[in-house]
Write a protein that binds this ligand. Structure first.
Ligand SMILES: NC(=O)c1ccc[n+]([C@@H]2O[C@H](COP(=O)([O-])OP(=O)(O)OC[C@H]3O[C@@H](n4cnc5c(N)ncnc54)[C@H](OP(=O)(O)O)[C@@H]3O)[C@@H](O)[C@H]2O)c1
Length: 108
């Protein structure tokens, strides 16, 4: 959903949440995230970990190693820090990854 589409939708009904693709390396919606935050509208990034091909970055791995976390935990913590309106629903089929991802909230 674009900024123009949000404005168009608001002429019809209140908008409470926008869900677009967004993560540490796919930042095309940077301005929209801030715009929605100013309006108190939630932003739920889909593919927060990169989706079918989870994010791989030497820089991310280095940061994670430096603080004793995993790259995925840092990627999620970055999103939680990004703006107060960001709500996360990372997907996983693994209980181990679920536990790991939940701990990302404590990195903040
Ligand atoms: N609005 C839309 O059009 C749209 C489109 C797509 C998705 N979504 C929503 O976005 C949310 C998340 O999407 P998603 O699950 O496709 O993408 P995602 O959360 O970015 O990534 C999921 C992938 O990351 C892996 N993963 C998760 N935790 C991990 C960890 N700790 N370490 C290593 N790999 C890890 C998963 O593998 P494992 O299973 O092995 O953990 C899976 O392959 C869901 O709520 C989905 O419904 C919305």
């Amino acid at each position: 959903m674009t900024s123009a589409q949000v404005a168009q939708a608001q002429k019809i009904a209140p908008v409470v949440c926008v869900q677009n693709q967004y993560n540490l390396v796919q930042r095309g919606d940077d301005a929209l995230v801030d715009e929605l935050a100013e309006q108190g509208i939630a932003f739920v990034p889909f593919f927060p970990l990169g989706g079918f091909t989870p994010i791989q970055s030497a820089g991310l791995s280095k940061v994670a190693e430096g603080i004793g976390a995993t790259a995925m935990q840092v990627a999620l913590a970055w999103l939680l820090h990004r703006a107060p309106n960001v709500l996360l629903i990372p997907g996983t089929s693994s209980v181990g990854h679920l536990r790991e991802n939940l701990k990302a909230g404590r990195l903040c």
